[in-house]
Structure formats: C-alpha cells, structure tokens
Design a protein. Structure first.
Length: 228
C-alpha cells in the first residue's frame, strides 16, 4: 500500500462506524451485480474493496465462493466476523495478491472513486479475472443531479469539501473521483474483450426517478461491465 492509499485508509477508519454490514435484497446495486453475473452458484468471486462485507455476504448466501479485499484494516476485521464463510485479506485493488486468471467474476462497488490510479486498478482486476470472466464496477456519475437535492452533484461535493464536510478534508492530497460514462468505458475496453456501460435508474424519491428516467445521463450512478 502506497503512502496516499494509507492516508485514504485513515479517513475510512474515522467513518467506519457508519457503514453497513448488510444489504437488502432489493438494493439496486445488488440487483445489477446479480443480473450481470447470472447464476453464481459455485463461482469464485472477488469483492474488490469489500468494506464490511455487505455484498460479500449477499453473494455467499446465493452459493458463490467469495474473497474480499480492502485497504482498511478495521473493515477486514469486521468482514471476517460478518461473513465467516468467505476469505478476506488486507490489500489494495491496485496490487491484488492473487495469480492471473483466478476469479470467475469481480465486483467493485463505490470503490473506484477512492483509488488514485484508476487505470492501474482496472488493469489489476482484469489480470486476476479468468478468460471469459465478468467484471462490474458501479460508481458515481460526474454529470449527475444529486438524488436528494436535485442539484449538480459535483457542485454540492465541492461546496461540502470547502466547508470541511466531505470525507476528505480541504487540504487532503486527493479528491474523491466521479466519472463520465465514457472515461471508464475506454479504460475497460483496453483490458476486456467486451465493455458495456449503463446509467442506473436509482432515484430514491419520486422526483429523482422521473428525472433519471427522462434524462438518464443525469443519473447518480453508472455501471461499467466487462467480459475478459
């Protein structure tokens, strides 16, 4: 783990108590993961940036063999207690400690935004993915309207950063990243034979659902999906 990633870990340690250990069966991100992977029974999956293991737990319950990695030691300790059937390790997704062609599928949910070197992380995930294996990344859309306030997310984020109310303080050497659909599409296309992306219709309120349905490019989340 490099020095900057260590600083990111320290920030996560400060907020670790507010992050959940479980995920509901109707969660839109979980539904997208399951739709992309298909039948996962008996499949070997990697939860890249697993936090406390909420997605890991949901996938283990559906018959998959799960490994989770995260850079935050507190998360790994909790994940091991939360999902005893899975394996967990302290590691960065920019330096995954597994051999090439190890996993049938990889999920990376709301993690890429915290990774300084985006392409290195995608390259590493593609490396440990088996030929024909599937990768899914879900993260924030830089062009989105915030699902709660219906204002530009990037503007709200910047205001909160300057007020010291975002995860990373104003003087932190790294800014949480949001992405365009095309940017990660292009990177994913370098390492996968198939690269597909879609805006996720995840409005938490009736107003945001209507807006996202009419103008999907304003959606808060994007799913990038690859087949090696």
């Amino acid at each position: 783990m490099n020095t900057l990633e260590k600083q990111v870990e320290n920030c996560f340690n400060k907020i670790s108590s507010v992050l959940p250990c479980e995920i509901s069966a109707d969660n839109f991100q979980l539904k997208e993961v399951l739709a992309w992977f298909g039948d996962i029974k008996g499949k070997k999956l990697l939860d890249a940036g697993c936090a406390k293991g909420r997605f890991t737990k949901a996938l283990v319950e559906r018959g998959a063999f799960l490994t989770g990695i995260d850079i935050t030691e507190n998360f790994i300790k909790i994940a091991r207690e939360n999902v005893a059937e899975a394996s967990f390790g302290l590691a960065s997704i920019t330096d995954i400690p597994f051999q090439t062609n190890t996993f049938d599928g990889i999920l990376c949910i709301q993690v890429m935004e915290h990774i300084p070197d985006t392409e290195k992380a995608i390259r590493e995930m593609a490396r440990v993915l088996k030929r024909g294996g599937r990768l899914i990344i879900i993260d924030k859309n830089i062009l989105s309207l915030h699902h709660r306030y219906l204002a530009p997310t990037s503007l709200l984020k910047r205001i909160q950063e300057t007020r010291g109310k975002w995860m990373y303080p104003e003087d932190f050497p790294f800014r949480e990243k949001h992405f365009t659909l095309g940017k990660l599409d292009r990177i994913l296309g370098k390492y996968c034979s198939v690269a597909r992306s879609k805006y996720l219709q995840n409005g938490r309120s009736r107003r945001s659902r209507i807006i996202y349905n009419i103008l999907p490019f304003l959606s808060y989340d994007i799913a990038w999906r690859g087949i090696k």
